[in-house]
Design a protein around this ligand. Structure first.
Ligand code: GLA
Length: 738
C-alpha cells in the first residue's frame, strides 16, 4: 500500500524553531519477521543487522521484502533535554517516514501507532510520537530502548528519511505556533506586492514579543526591507501582519518572518518567496492556441473546442471540415463523428472586432488518439478523497472560463467517487458525493471539455474504494454510458492478485484486460496507466495500449519530490511518441492539499517555473492538481503561457533529453516539429548563477533566433554562446531556431 496523505504535515525547511534536539540517527538494528518479545528492553538484539535509516530496508539486503520488520535503538534520554526546555510537559520522538504501518514501543510499552489497531492498514507517512514527559515508560538519564514495528506491502519498507528527520525533542513554546501565509499577494504598481499573514496558536500560553519582517534579494543578498513590530497572540486571538513592498524587479525575493517570544526567548522563523509574473498579458486580438493535430477513431464521438484568445465576442470558422463534423461558430466547439480514416487538413479561423487569426489544423481519423499530451485537471492533488460533484463543477467552469482558451480540456475525477457496493447486477455506481455522474459528464461536455475517471485493477483502489477486478468489461461499458473520455487506472490492491514477484507479463496483464474491455466500447477513452513505472513500464506500456504511463511514485509539493522525479526521466525519454507519453505525475502548483484543506504549494515561484518548464519539455501529460476555485494570478500565469504550452503540445511528440549535467545546472533539449529546439537551463544549486552555454555543447549549430518563451521575447545573442542569469532552483526556457 502506498499513500502520501501524511506527507503534507511536513513543513520542515520553511519553518524552524530553536528548541533542542537529540539525534536518533546512528545505532539502529533491524530484523525481518515479527515477535512480541522484540519490544522488550532486555531482549538481546546483538545479532541483529545494523541498518541505516537514510534508506529503506529493500535497499539494504531485503529486496522486494513485504511483511513485518523491527527496528531497535538503545539511547540515553538526558534530563537536560527537559531542563533546558521552557515547556516541560511532552517529549516527541521523530523517526522519518514509516513505510507503511507502524507501532512504536519505548522500553516495551506501546507509545504510538499510525492506525486504529490494525498495523496492516497503516499508511506511509511520518513516523512521529508524542508522550507525556512524566510517563513511567521513559528512563531519564538511563539507557532506553526504542523499538519500531513496521508492516509493509508493496512499498520500499522500513523507517527512513533525511538525517534531520530522526530526533527527540521536547514539545516547546513554538510547537503550537503557526504562521499562516496562505493568503494571496495583491499586485501593485511597478511589481509592488502586498499581503496579510497571520500567526496563531493552539496552546494556552500568551505569546508576546516581536515579529521581524525582512525582504532579501537572493541575487545580491542585499536586505532591501526590514521592519520589527510588536506582536502578541494567544489561542483564538491570532496576530495579523499586513505589509506592502514597493517597486520590485521581476524576480523572486525571500521574505523572512521571525517571531521572538520575550519571556522564553524562543524564536520561530518562516521564509516565503515572492511571486513574479512572466507571462505577458493576453492580447485582445484573436489568436488560436492548442496543438496542430488531433486524433479520433473512426465513427467515435468527436468533441474539440478550438482554443483561442482575444477580446470577446469571438466567432469561429473551419474550412474543409470532413463530412460528419459541425462547428458551432459562437463557441468554437466541433462535434460529430467521421467514418472514414484519413488525415483531414482544416483551416480554422477566429474573428473578433480587431481582426482574424487562422491556423492549419490536421484532424487525423485513425487508430491513435492522444497525439499530444493530455492537458487538463485532476482532483487528487487538490482534494484527495474529499472530491465531490460540486468541486468538479467548479474546476470545469474555471477551465472553461480561464484555461480552455489555452488548450486545457480534461476534467478528471480521481479516487473517491465509487460507492461501497456494486449494484445487484454488478455495475459500479457512484457514491453520494456524485448524485448523477451522467449529468456531471453532460455538464463538462457542454463546456466543450472532456471528462475523466479513475479506477484500479485490484478489488480496491488505493483509497480503499471499489476497484474494477473481475468487472472490467462492465466498468468499461459504464464509463462509455457515462461519456467518460479518460481513464486513470492504478495498481493498488492488484498486488494481492499478482504473484509476489511479478513477471513482466504479470505487470502487463491487468492493463491488457482493461484495454480489451475499453476496445469494446465505441468511445475514445484515453488510457492512463498509474502503476508507478513497475517493470520499467515505459518499455511496454505503449504497446499494451496506454496513452500515458506513470514513471514514478506519487509526487508531493516539495523540491525534493518534484526535482527528484523530473530530473530522472532519462531511461524513459526515448519512449515518448505521439499517442504515448511518459507521465512523471500530476502538477503541484497552486493550492494543493490532497484532502479537505488546501495550502499554497511549498514549491517556490522559481521551483514552479521549473516544474511547468520541465514537464513541458518532458512531453508529460499536464494535469493541474490545484483547487481551481482559488486560482491566484501567479498560478494562472504559469498555466496560460501559450509558448510554453506549445512546447508540451508539439506534434513531433518527442521528449527532451538531458544534454548537459554540470555542477549546479542541467540543460535539457527537446526537438520540435518546425526544426527548432526548446532548451531548458535549470539551476539546481542553492544560489543564483550566471551560466554560459556554448551552443555547440548542446549539438546546436547555425541558430539565428533565441526566444525566451516565458517572457515571449527574442533575446540578443551571438550564435556561439548564450549567457544567462538563473535563480536558484529556477529555469531559463528558450526556443532556438534557424
Ligand atoms: C495512487 C496514485 C495517486 C492517486 C491515488 C488515489 O496513490 O498514484 O495519483 O490516484 O492513488 O488513491
Amino acid at each position: 500500500m502506498k499513500k502520501t496523505l501524511l506527507l503534507l504535515l511536513l513543513s520542515a525547511g520553511f519553518l524552524t524553531a530553536s528548541s533542542q534536539n537529540i539525534p536518533l540517527v546512528n545505532g539502529w538494528k533491524f530484523k525481518t519477521g515479527d515477535s512480541a518479545q522484540w519490544a522488550a528492553p532486555a531482549y538481546n538484539d546483538q545479532g541483529w543487522q545494523p541498518i541505516s535509516i537514510l534508506h529503506s530496508w529493500e535497499s539494504q539486503g531485503h529486496d522486494k521484502y513485504d511483511g513485518f520488520g523491527w527496528y531497535r535503538l538503545h539511547v540515553p534520554i538526558p534530563s537536560a533535554l527537559k531542563n533546558k526546555a521552557f515547556f516541560k510537559d511532552s517529549i516527541r520522538f521523530e523517526m522519518g517516514y514509516g513505510d507503511d504501518g507502524y507501532d512504536v514501543y519505548l522500553n516495551g510499552k506501546l507509545i504510538g501507532r499510525n492506525n486504529n489497531g490494525d498495523i496492516k492498514t497503516g499508511y506511509y507517512g511520518l513516523c512521529k510520537v508524542v508522550v507525556a514527559a512524566n510517563t513511567p515508560a521513559i528512563l531519564w538519564d538511563k539507557e532506553n530502548v526504542i523499538a519500531v514495528r513496521i508492516f509493509d506491502s508493496g512499498g520500499k519498507g522500513g523507517i527512513y528519511g533525511d538525517k534531520d528527520m530522526f530526533k527527540m525533542s521536547m514539545l516547546d513554546v513554538m510547537d503550537n505556533v503557526y504562521f499562516n501565509t496562505d493568503d494571496d499577494f495583491t499586485y501593485g504598481e511597478k511589481n509592488g506586492l502586498s499581503k496579510s499573514m497571520k500567526i496563531s496558536t493552539g496552546s494556552n500560553y500568551n505569546y508576546k514579543g516581536k515579529l521581524d519582517f525582512k525582504v532579501t534579494d537572493p541575487e545580491t543578498n542585499a536586505v532591501i526591507y526590514q521592519k520589527t513590530n510588536d506582536a502578541d497572540f494567544s489561542a483564538g486571538r491570532p496576530f495579523t501582519y499586513t505589509f506592502s513592498i514597493a517597486a520590485l524587479e521581476q524576480k523572486s525575493y525571500v521574505i523572512t518572518y521571525t517571531f521572538t517570544d520575550e519571556k522564553s526567548g524562543e524564536k520561530l522563523v518562516k521564509t516565503e518567496n515572492t511571486p513574479y509574473v512572466l507571462t505577458p498579458y493576453v492580447s485582445s486580438k484573436p489568436k488560436i492556441n492548442g496543438p496542430d493535430v488531433y486524433g479520433v477513431r473512426p465513427g467515435n464521438a468527436f468533441l474539440y473546442k478550438i482554443p483561442a484568445t482575444g477580446v470577446k465576442p469571438l466567432s469561429y470558422k473551419a474550412d474543409n471540415l470532413p463530412a460528419g463534423l459541425i462547428l458551432d461558430p459562437a463557441t468554437g466547439i466541433i462535434t460529430g463523428s467521421v467514418a472514414q480514416k484519413g488525415d483531414y487538413p482544416v483551416l480554422i479561423s477566429v474573428h473578433n472586432r480587431l481582426g482574424t487569426a487562422s491556423k492549419k489544423f490536421t484532424i487525423k481519423i485513425g487508430d491513435v488518439i492522444g497525439l499530444t499530451p493530455a492537458l487538463g485537471w485532476n482532483s487528487w492533488n487538490a482534494f484527495g478523497l474529499s472530491v465531490n460533484d460540486a468541486k468538479v463543477r467548479v474546476a470545469a467552469k474555471t477551465i472553461a472560463d480561464k484555461l480552455s482558451a489555452h488548450g486545457w480540456a480534461y476534467v478528471n475525477i480521481d479516487d473517491g467517487w465509487e460507492a461501497p457496493q456494486r449494484a445487484a447486477t454488478g455495475e459500479i455506481v457512484a457514491n453520494e458525493k456524485f448524485p448523477d455522474m451522467k449529468s456531471l459528464s453532460d455538464y463538462v461536455h457542454s463546456l466543450g471539455l472532456k471528462f475523466g475517471i479513475y479506477s484500479s485493477p485490484g478489488p480496491r483502489t488505493c483509497g480503499g474504494y471499489l476497484g474494477s477486478y473481475q468487472h472490467e468489461e462492465q466498468d468499461a461499458k459504464t464509463y462509455g454510458d457515462w461519456g467518460i473520455d479518460y481513464l486513470k487506472y492504478d495498481w493498488c490492491s492488484y498486488g494481492e492478485i499478482a504473484p509476489s514477484q511479478p513477471s513482466l507479463d504479470d505487470y502487463k496483464k491487468p492493463y491488457q484486460v482493461m484495454r480489451a474491455a475499453l476496445d469494446k466500447v465505441n468511445r475514445d477513452i484515453m488510457f492512463s496507466f498509474c502503476q508507478y513505472g513497475m517493470g520499467d513500464s515505459w518499455n511496454w506500456a505503449g504497446e499494451v495500449g496506454g496513452n500515458s504511463w506513470r514513471t514514478t511514485g506519487d509526487i508531493n509539493d516539495s523540491w525534493g519530490s518534484m526535482s527528484g522525479i523530473g530530473f530522472h526521466q532519462e531511461a524513459e525519454a526515448p519512449h515518448a511518441r505521439p499517442g504515448h507519453f511518459n507521465d512523471p505525475d500530476m502538477l503541484v502548483v497552486g493550492k494543493v492539499g490532497w484532502g479537505d484543506a488546501q495550502h499554497n504549494t511549498k514549491l517556490t515561484p522559481d521551483e514552479q517555473y521549473t516544474h511547468i518548464s520541465l514537464w513541458s519539455l518532458l512531453a508529460s501529460p499536464l494535469l493541474i492538481g490545484c483547487d481551481l476555485g482559488h486560482l491566484d494570478r501567479f498560478t494562472l500565469n504559469l498555466l496560460t503561457n501559450d509558448e510554453v504550452i506549445a512546447i508540451n503540445q508539439d506534434d513531433l511528440g518527442k521528449e527532451a533529453v538531458q544534454v548537459l549535467k554540470k555542477d549546479g545546472y542541467l540543460v535539457y533539449v527537446k526537438e520540435l516539429q518546425d526544426g527548432g529546439k526548446a532548451v531548458g537551463i535549470f539551476n539546481v544549486s542553492d544560489k543564483y548563477q550566471t551560466i554560459t552555454i556554448n551552443w555547440s555543447e548542446l549539438g546546436i549549430t547555425g541558430i539565428t533566433k533565441v526566444r525566451d518563451v516565458w517572457r515571449q521575447k527574442y533575446l540578443i545573442t551571438d550564435n556561439k554562446a548564450f549567457k544567462t542569469s538563473v535563480p536558484s532552483h529556477g529555469v531559463v526556457l528558450v526556443k532556438v531556431s534557424k
